[in-house]
Design a binder for this molecule. Structure first.
Ligand SMILES: NC(=O)c1ccc[n+]([C@@H]2O[C@H](COP(=O)([O-])OP(=O)(O)OC[C@H]3O[C@@H](n4cnc5c(N)ncnc54)[C@H](O)[C@@H]3O)[C@@H](O)[C@H]2O)c1
Length: 361
């Protein structure tokens, strides 16, 4: 059995070989950099040389906490510094301006999700980077979350036979109002949360040909945008995905689960982080494969989405730079995720299923 599990465990490996590591500078010193990017990079042995934030005091505090040697006084100063890789972690509306400046300076980039607030802006960034010969990865790190990565690896290795359905069932409390810039957004849940599930589904199933969603609000919610969504996705080969996500659980029984079903088995897991964000509890993963297990087998998940999975997109970017390859969550790949998000909002507005733009052959 251990022999059979080894390739699955290998597919979740987040280590970054020393020869791939390059100096990194970070733009943005907000909550996610403090609790996720920097702890994950430290564990992976990565070399963060500098940081810049419009809020200089915040940058100084984060630099001190995580031992970053240089706090830059401006973006220009950071871009002139001796780093190859810039990690951008600011709100999506200001990300493209920074990205274009960094591309002009010849830097490779890890961008936060959402990559942009619309597909057209994202395409411009991808084209600019490709023309300049720099790499862009997007921080869609849920694919690298150990439980999700193992489940996807099992499905890809045929443990479940022919995959029929990928589903997420999430009913939690998320205080979106703690991010001031999110509280007033009309379009919220899919752009800022379900985008993770959509990207994970795409990691296994590719781009759907049809997407349908409804989005709603709950009486008494503090934020403007939709906080409940139900989404169905149809793929050309007949596979389906379904997402049911509610952020206004009023009964204290948080639940965050996913499942991949196939003709020869199923794998199901829970996302511990979402039970008490951002502290969380350990994830669970259980697989039942006609060929590989004797009934349900618990797969031990030893890492967490935050911070561990954040080493994934950066590691993939560093590998792509060293080997002149494509990061797994490249900017170009992310166009498929953004096209899907846009299709889902068109669906909510129209009441009809939509074809995501990037799904065209
Ligand atoms: N990948 C994930 O799972 C994940 C999780 C949380 C947040 N995020 C994303 O990360 C980004 C930051 O989120 P956060 O929670 O850290 O937000 P935050 O509000 O805590 O921090 C944002 C920081 O960006 C700085 N900033 C804004 N504009 C800037 C600019 N032009 N130049 C330099 N600094 C600038 C602000 O001063 C602030 O310190 C957002 O895009 C968010 O969507 C991603």
């Amino acid at each position: 059995m251990l022999d059979e599990l080894q390739p699955i465990a290998a597919a979740t490996d987040l280590s970054v070989a020393p020869e791939y590591r390059r100096p990194i500078a970070i733009v943005g010193a907000g909550a996610i950099v403090d609790v996720a990017h920097l702890p994950a990079y430290r564990r992976a042995g990565l070399d963060v040389r500098g940081i810049f934030d419009l809020d200089h005091e915040r940058a100084k505090t984060v630099a001190k906490t995580h031992g970053i040697p240089t706090v830059h006084g401006s973006l220009e100063e950071l871009l002139a510094s001796d780093v190859d890789v810039v990690d951008v972690a600011v709100p999506a509306n200001v990300q493209p301006g920074i990205v274009h400046q960094a591309i002009t300076a010849g830097k490779h980039l890890l961008c936060q999700k959402p990559f942009a607030e619309d597909l057209t802006t994202a395409r411009h960034m991808v084209t600019a980077a490709e023309n300049a010969g720099t790499k862009i990865a997007v921080n869609q790190q849920m694919r690298f979350e150990e439980g999700i990565a193992a489940a996807i690896a099992m499905a890809k290795a045929g443990w479940l036979g022919e995959v029929t359905t990928f589903s997420f069932d999430v009913n939690i409390v998320t205080d979106f109002s703690s991010w001031e810039w999110l509280a007033k957004r009309e379009k919220l849940e899919v752009w800022y949360h379900s985008i993770h599930y959509l990207d994970s589904v795409r990691a296994l199933l590719g781009n759907p040909v049809r997407a349908y969603a409804v989005g709603s609000r709950t009486p008494g919610q503090k934020v403007t945008g939709e906080t409940r969504t139900m989404t169905t996705l149809s793929f050309a080969n007949g596979t389906n995905a379904i997402l049911h996500v509610n952020h206004e659980n009023r009964t204290g029984d948080a639940h965050a689960a996913y499942r991949i079903d196939g003709s020869q088995g199923s794998v199901k897991g829970t996302i511990g982080l979402l039970y008490d964000y951002p502290h969380g509890r350990p994830d669970t993963l259980t697989v039942n494969s006609a060929e590989h297990t004797d009934g349900w087998l618990n797969y031990p998940v030893t890492r967490r989405w935050i911070p561990d999975a954040f080493a994934g997109p950066m590691g993939s970017l560093l590998r792509a730079i060293a080997t002149d390859g494509e990061p797994e969550t490249s900017g170009r790949d992310n166009l498929g995720t953004l096209a899907l998000v846009e299709a889902l909002y068109r669906s909510m507005d129209s009441g009809d299923a939509q074809r995501p733009e990037e799904s065209a052959p």
